[in-house]
Write a protein that binds this ligand. Sequence first.
Ligand code: CS2
Ligand code: MG
Length: 402
Amino acid sequence: MKIAKADVIVTCPGRNFVTLKLTTDDGLTGLGDATLNGRELAVASYLGDHVVPCLIGRDAHRIDDTWHTLYRGAYWRRGPVTMTAIAAVDTALWDLKAKAAGLPLYQLLGGRSRDGVTVYGHANGADMAETLDEVQRFRDMGYKAIRVQSGIPGLASTYGVSKDKLFYEPADAAVPTENLWSTEAYLDFMPKLLDAVRVRFGYDGHILHDVHHRLTPIEAARLGKSLEPYRLFWLEDPVPAENQEAFRILRQHTVTPIAIGEVFNTIWDAKTLIGEHLIDYIRATVVHAGGISHLRRILDFAALHHVRSGCHGATDLSPVCLGASLHLNLAIPNFGVHEYMRHTAETDAVFPHAYSFRDGMLHPGEAPGHGVTLDETAAARFPYKPASLPINRLTDGTLWHW
Ligand code: CS2
Ligand code: MG
């Protein structure tokens, strides 16, 4: 089974997506997500200019050899653009291998280890009252786990509060918009918000929260400690994680579980965090961490250290990534939870898929491969639209973490 053709398809059904489509000499097609929010064209160029020419004629069954050819052969290893491009190739090859076998992908990854993939939804509101009502709505939709994000009193905007309540698209302008941030206002408000959640809904159902990289280690330790009475399922991205050792400070002060890694692109980004038990969930994804092959290695390393999966699943990761991720998370032994930010109807029309939501879980379906397809005629109706993620400043103008 040789790779005869490779197409990089950029489309914007509500938001930009990049998809790699591989076609074999016997007519099978495989898809891989190559979407990197705000840097989509960089990955499309990396694929089209530097990867696709190397793929034509290769044996599509040689997934690991192709992965290492693209990783070691690039010389310039790691990084989000390179690893997203490699991820797209890897995912498309796994899709092809499963289709050639006539099996749903999870059957090639060890078979089913659970009934379904438990997901968490995003309850968010401009203030505490609206956020609490959104938590009620997601409970009514059957979610067993709900992420809670709210506007912060005194701040005009903050991360995670979306205009549309089911989807969340932070890349809201061609040139980055600016947000203002106050750690003091945030640290003061969060315990009050989570207390209100537990007073209204009790302790059944998991509650999660995303700090979105905005605290220093000791501030995150203070937040984790202050939220212990509310028994968070996880506190996400409390601190930017370039300095993995800094998480030792959090561990000294709080038992609130820590989740991190949606921006990670290789196992090296998490080696210390996992190896020293500094985190509880790893959020790396099929699309940004080198594909199914590499994410599987990260999750196997995590399993040795009691760390479970918590894969990122925002609206800006395409249905192709979500579909492939569900197959992997159905099979691994150390599954934790999976993020599920829905896609718009426009996106779902461009990416018909076999997965479905039922009883608080996503089910990948039994279609051969990862079960996600691409309607190229529909995709052609949505040309690329420049969009960047926001930037964040402290109230004194200091450029801060978004
Ligand atoms: C967030 C994302 O879903 C999450 O946990 O961190 O919404 C993230 O901000 C976006 O995926 C960035 O493109
Ligand atoms: Mg996050």
